[in-house]
Write a protein that binds this ligand. Structure first.
Ligand code: ADP
Length: 583
């Protein structure tokens, strides 16, 4: 049922934020009025319109009047020319000329009415819209200063949502629009996640006057994200997943899924994989595995803060705290505590293994256990925050670069001279020269932290998104030192990537969603590893490092050979007319 074709219902009066809701409703009415005057599909909510009385559809009526107007104008101009030639007075008209003049005037009035009124209306409605926003500055749900209204509501042209079809749905939408039901409470109120998303989406489109057409609703399991991945869903974004490989790593071949919208990236990594494969493969090691969390606590004096510092440095106390910490989960195992003093405050960096989970949740529970325990011996300790940025989560920081966070991985491969020439299309000397001047000198000039690489972040982000990792942790997970040196008397190269902070999991978070889980499955690292907890997530970290090595080899070679612009023009720019796509 097209819910927008029903006669509009008056909003229920409501005590909650009454001004805001009635204001919203007025805006909705305006949106539907302005769109109805200009659109043939303007059945969006308003009352009966003049166009409803037309015997033909609006576009046909317009076509008829346009044709009439121009054909009689042409006819009359012809007649006028003939009269001038034959010196006939212009005001002497025969019956057909009279009919033509009447038709011309009638069609002119129609066209003026149709387009002129719409033109004037657009000015009036825009002016009154802004007036309302200035009057009611407290309206936080829809503030035109941060989200300007569209000149013409695209929502008026959108297809009705097939997911919503009952009277009851319409009543709920109205209740959300009126503020009687809060949009984020729909899941708990309805007990149906898909319906909640559909109703929230409809509410959003009505209140903003903007269409979500193109953002799909169907084809997603909204139950799977409830309480875990995303609040207030209204649909999902589609990102293409490309496949690169096989990546020959530690004797196994992996086909690597990459979710990206950057043309050239998958193709480039594919080439790097080929170079590694033809050279006998790559080898990797996880040389450190520990997630970190660092609360910040405060005392009345620096001396007192020092006492906690000494306490935490004592190995005997560490063993006790580890027992307290490890109670949080079967998988969380405290490895070290690194306190950092600054005046009266102490930042305490806990480091623990988290099995196959990236593990921030289980970690936070463990840290809370320890803080509660410490409060017994240090009752004057004030916990300022469970995370005090010495962790350091989702930010570029030297502490991660030096001490590591998540999985610290190194991956290497010897690439033979002929492969450098035939697959990577460059020479050993050019590649090494470019690498030194770009990854080391250039990054030093730029004052980089962790950025001694060509484009590690490209590969890390694409695999993170495909496999359900937290994309925000791409910041430190992409820290990478790429090194390329010539060996065997300058004939071959030894290429390596050292990545101290790959923060990944194969359980928890977004990894359990259907698409992401399928990508993990493709890599053979889906879920919790049966034998030794943590081996799946460590394997995923090595695959990411191997993929980064492939990506580095390919991009650096293309840069050394001067091919970057050429290949980006080929893969990154479609032949589609972008100006048309944007309109
Ligand atoms: P994250 O913070 O990465 O989302 P959580 O700590 O919230 O991870 O979730 C991990 C959950 O998965 C915990 O409940 C944990 O008990 C469970 N789990 C099951 N198997 C494993 C495993 N092999 N490694 C880690 N966690 C596991």
């Amino acid at each position: 049922m097209d819910i927008r074709r029903r006669p509009p219902k008056r909003p229920r009066p409501t005590a909650v934020n009454g001004g805001t809701h009635s204001h919203q409703h007025r805006r909705n009415e305006k949106a539907s009025t302005s769109s109805s005057s200009s659109s043939s599909s303007s059945s969006s909510g308003g009352g009966p319109k003049a166009s409803d009385a037309l015997p033909l559809p609006l576009y046909l009526t317009n076509a008829v009047f346009f044709t009439l107007f121009f054909s009689v104008a042409y006819y009359l101009l012809h007649r006028w020319r003939d009269k001038i030639r034959t010196s006939t007075p212009l005001h002497v008209v025969n019956l057909s000329e009279l009919a033509a003049i009447v038709t011309l005037i009638a069609s002119f009035i129609y066209l003026l009415g149709f387009f002129g009124i719409d033109f004037v209306q657009s000015f009036i409605s825009r002016a009154s819209h802004y007036d309302d926003d200035i009057e009611e500055e407290d309206d936080v749900l829809f503030d035109s200063r941060c989200c300007p209204p569209p000149a013409k509501s695209k929502f008026a042209d959108a297809d009705p949502d097939p997911a919503l079809c009952s009277e009851e749905d319409e009543d709920i939408i109205q209740a959300v629009v009126n503020g009687a039901v809060l949009p984020y409470s729909l899941e708990s109120k309805l007990g149906d996640c898909k319906r909640a998303a559909a109703i929230r989406r409809e509410w959003l489109q009505r209140t903003t006057g903007r269409s979500l057409q193109g953002l799909p609703l169907e084809g997603f399991d909204y139950d799977s994200i409830l309480g875990q991945c995303c609040e207030s869903p209204v649909g999902y974004v589609q990102i293409p997943v490309g496949i690169a490989g096989p990546l020959l790593l530690d004797g196994f071949e992996y086909m690597v899924p990459m979710a990206t919208t950057e043309g050239c990236l998958v193709a480039s990594m594919n080439r790097g994989c080929k170079a590694i494969r033809l050279s006998g493969g790559a080898d990797s090691q996880v040389y450190r595995d520990g997630m970190t969390r660092a609360p910040v606590v405060k005392f009345g004096s620096a001396v007192r803060a020092c006492e906690l510092f000494y306490y935490l440095e004592n190995r005997v106390n560490f063993d006790t705290l580890a027992v307290v910490f490890n109670r949080s989960s079967r998988f969380a195992r405290l490895q070290s505590i690194f306190p950092s003093l600054s005046g009266m405050t102490l930042h305490i960096r806990f480091n623990c293994s988290t099995g196959d989970a990236m593990g921030m949740n289980m970690f936070s529970k463990g840290v809370q256990n320890v803080l509660d325990y410490l409060q017994n011996d240090f009752p004057d300790m004030e916990v300022i925050g469970i995370s005090g940025n010495f962790c350091s989560d989702k930010k570029a920081a030297a502490v991660n670069w030096i001490l590591g966070r998540g999985k610290s991985v190194v991956c290497e491969s010897v690439i033979k001279e002929e492969v450098v020439k035939e697959v990577l299309k460059t020479s050993v000397s050019k590649l090494v020269q470019l690498h030194l001047n770009k990854n080391f000198v250039g990054s030093a000039v730029a004052g980089s932290v962790g950025g001694y690489n060509a484009h590690a972040s490209n590969i890390v982000s694409a695999i993170f998104i495909a496999t359900g990792q937290d994309p925000a942790q791409n910041v430190e997970s992409s820290h990478c030192l790429t090194n390329i040196v010539s060996i065997n008397d300058g004939r071959d190269i030894h290429a390596s990537v050292t990545m101290p902070c790959i923060e990944v999991g194969t359980v928890g978070g977004g990894t359990q969603l259907a698409s992401q889980s399928a990508c993990l499955n493709m890599l053979g690292v889906k879920g919790a590893s049966q034998g030794s907890p943590g081996s799946n997530s460590r394997r995923l970290a090595t695959i990411i490092a191997g993929s980064v090595l492939a990506g580095e080899l390919s991009l650096l070679s293309a840069t050394a050979a001067g091919d970057v612009v050429k290949s980006h023009m080929k893969y990154n720019r479609s032949s589609k007319d972008i100006s048309n796509a944007a309109s």
